[in-house]
Design a binder for this molecule. Structure first.
Ligand code: NAD
Length: 458
């Protein structure tokens, strides 16, 4: 057994039994066995079951949210949105079974049609930062396409995934169709990747583990979708509504205490408005309410663990710039004292783009701000990273918004907004931020194989 801690109090929430290899293999065998009946179900019946699953999740939004507040330290407002997102993603992909169209292609001597066949068992490996949405983005389209699913939550945050599996059963999903397997990445996760009968891995997590999984998957030519790290840029031009850009910047990076792969953790500001932007940013940061995530008026809760807090602190207090000098903290917000894995929202001013705090994914409430001189430099700085997941562009010039949006090498950009994710639009990364896309109208492509069949007419 291992303990799940409340990150805001360090109290033990519950204990969870990690599965061993034998239990994982048995679960995969049950998922394989459940496959034929699940894929043979009439499309309307599969759709109906997914809608019922969505309705059961909807009836448990508050309970799921409470579990995420206690087990992951998410603010209650965020946690309710996240549970609602699972419901919405299920509802969205419930439309898919009856719309999983193939094509009829003109050929000589007969008829040619394509089918979209399910892959079989899909393994989904989830990180601790958004346990519910990231699980749902995988399992909802995977199930809709006729696959069965085995899902491994992160060690630190297994509770909502385990509850979602129970809710799936309550909604009428047959046994073996959707199973949650808590345990270690090195045991359960590795086994899902190496298991011959798991036909696809959807992995969200660090670029390091994702790269290892991609290598391992090559042995079986296993299909993979990877959603990895980020170091996204928030680019503010002088012609923008600078007040609005500054007021919105904290939410763009400090949401979920900065433990967000889409966090805009690099702010680039046109030099002519740089001082003004920082003046406006300061009250927006110091005014953030950091505290117990169960309180409805709190903006930011704790980090997930002592280890994560120490890692984040290492970039600032323990850190140095590329020249070895201490990191320059411009200003910071508050954080509670006492138990809990707290770290205040912090704004730093790097001295060069070689500084670790500018280059590496901190995955905590730390943002670095740099000035730039023109559009070309802004795009070059934004692209000067191995990552390419997200980003924002603030300008009133439509042409510039278009040019910069096309120039930044990133999968998800917003203009005059920090929104990254909608279940109806594609999500994923360029470069080392990932491989493939989730969500949106094309997600079913990642969970099906195209089969071409020719019928001779003689
Ligand atoms: P992590 O890579 O340490 O772990 C992610 C998951 O993989 C966990 O469930 C873990 O148990 C499992 N795992 C670990 N080793 C494994 C192995 N050898 N084989 C199979 N599975 C293994 O990441 P984390 O610390 O939980 O999450 C933080 C990272 O996730 C950050 O880098 C963040 O940017 C990234 N992330 C990306 C997205 C995205 O959509 N691009 C979303 C959220 C988080």
């Amino acid at each position: 057994m291992y303990q799940v801690l409340d990150p805001a109090t360090e109290e033990v929430v519950t204990e969870v039994e990690p599965l061993d290899l034998g239990q994982v293999d048995a679960a995969v065998a049950r998922a394989v066995a459940a496959g034929p009946a699940w894929r043979a179900l009439a499309p309307a019946d599969r759709a109906r079951l997914l809608r019922r699953f969505a309705a059961v999740v909807d009836a448990h939004v508050d309970e799921l949210a409470e579990l995420e507040v206690r087990g992951a330290g998410h603010t209650v407002g965020n946690a309710r949105w996240e549970a609602g997102n699972v419901r919405d993603v299920l509802d969205y992909y419930a439309a898919a079974p009856e719309r999983l169209f193939g094509r009829q292609i003109p050929v000589a001597g007969g008829m040619d049609v394509t089918f979209r066949e399910p892959l079989g068992v899909v393994g989904i490996i989830v990180p601790w930062n958004f346990p519910m949405p990231i699980a749902g983005w995988g399992f909802a389209p995977a199930l809709a396409a006729g696959n069965t699913v085995v899902l491994k939550p992160a060690e630190l945050t297994p509770l909502t995934a385990l509850r979602l599996a129970e809710l799936g059963r309550e909604a009428g999903l047959p046994p073996g169709v959707f199973t949650v397997l808590p345990g270690k990445g090195s045991v359960v996760g590795e086994r899902l990747v190496t298991h011959e009968q798991v036909r696809k891995i959807v992995f969200t997590g660090s670029t390091e583990v994702g790269t290892h999984i991609l290598r391992q998957a090559a042995d079986q030519v296993k299909r993979v979708t990877l959603e990895l790290g980020g170091k996204s840029a928030n680019i503010v031009f002088a012609d923008a509504d600078v007040e609005r850009a500054a007021a919105n910047a904290p939410a763009g990076v400090f949401d979920n205490a900065g433990q967000d792969c889409c966090a805009r953790s690099r702010i680039l500001v046109e030099r002519t408005v740089y001082d003004r932007f920082l003046e406006l940013l300061e009250p927006a940061v110091t005014g953030l309410r950091v505290g117990s995530p169960a309180k409805p008026d709190v903006d930011m809760g704790p980090l997930i663990s002592a280890g994560q807090r120490d890692r984040v602190r290492g970039f600032v207090e323990g850190g140095a710039d590329a020249g070895g000098a201490p990191v320059d903290v411009a200003f910071r917000g508050s954080a509670p004292a006492g138990p809990g894995f707290w770290y205040p929202p912090t704004v730093v001013l790097p001295r060069s783009t070689a500084d670790p705090v500018w280059r590496e994914e901190v995955f905590g409430p730390v943002v670095a701000v740099l000035p730039f001189d023109d559009e070309a430099e802004a795009v070059a700085l934004a692209n000067d990273t191995e990552y390419g997941l997200s980003g924002s562009i603030w300008t009133r010039d439509l042409g510039r918004a278009l040019r910069v949006a096309r120039g930044v090498e990133s999968g998800n950009l917003s203009v005059n907004s920090n929104a990254s994710v909608r279940y109806s639009t594609p999500f994923g990364g360029f470069k080392r931020s990932g491989l493939g896309r989730e969500l949106g109208p094309d997600a079913l492509d990642a969970f099906t194989e195209v089969k071409n069949v020719f019928f001779a007419d003689d």
